[in-house]
Write a protein that binds this ligand. Structure first.
Ligand SMILES: [Zn+2]
Length: 156
């Protein structure tokens, strides 16, 4: 799959958000939404910080984009960059948003990704996956490794 320089540039922004999440001890998933090549929303997973089980990066990014336009219709012309394949909850939110395009980094190999369940995004939503997948995935792996080491130390 070929990805443009533009896609790399915006995925880099989403990945930077994931790094911010990593340093907050959140599962490091980042997202950015663009409209006409401008970033209008960038955020990351905040389930721990907000003590909110649904505060996934994609959900927060959709909320920010809707607020930015003050008309939810405009999100149809936007692109979401997200470092990990969305879960089924976020796929549902993306379906309802009818976002124009979703570009995702790493596949979700833990059966938490929407594609495992044969779920489709909105028919009008273009979906591509695999951009900077190694960088996106290694950050998540690093996070869970750190968690395991911490857990082990606590139980020694
Ligand atoms: Zn999600």
């Amino acid at each position: 799959m070929f990805f443009s320089k533009k896609d790399h540039y915006f995925m880099e922004i989403a990945l930077n958000e994931a790094v911010v999440a990593f340093h907050k001890d959140e599962v490091p998933i980042g997202a950015a939404i663009t409209f006409e090549n401008i970033v209008i929303a960038k955020t990351h997973n905040l389930t721990e910080t907000l003590n909110n089980t649904i505060a996934h990066a994609e959900i927060l990014a959709i909320v920010l984009a809707n607020k930015y336009f003050n008309k939810k219709y405009y999100i149809k012309k936007c692109t979401l960059y997200v470092t990990l394949e969305p879960c089924i909850m976020c796929a549902g939110a993306l379906f309802w948003s009818q976002i124009g395009k979703v570009v995702c980094g790493a596949n979700n190999s833990s059966k938490r990704g929407f594609s495992y369940y044969g779920i489709k995004l909105h028919p009008k939503t273009e979906f591509v996956s695999g951009i900077m997948k190694n960088e996106c995935k290694s950050l998540i792996q690093k996070f869970f490794l750190k968690k395991r080491i911490k857990h082990k130390k606590l139980n020694q």
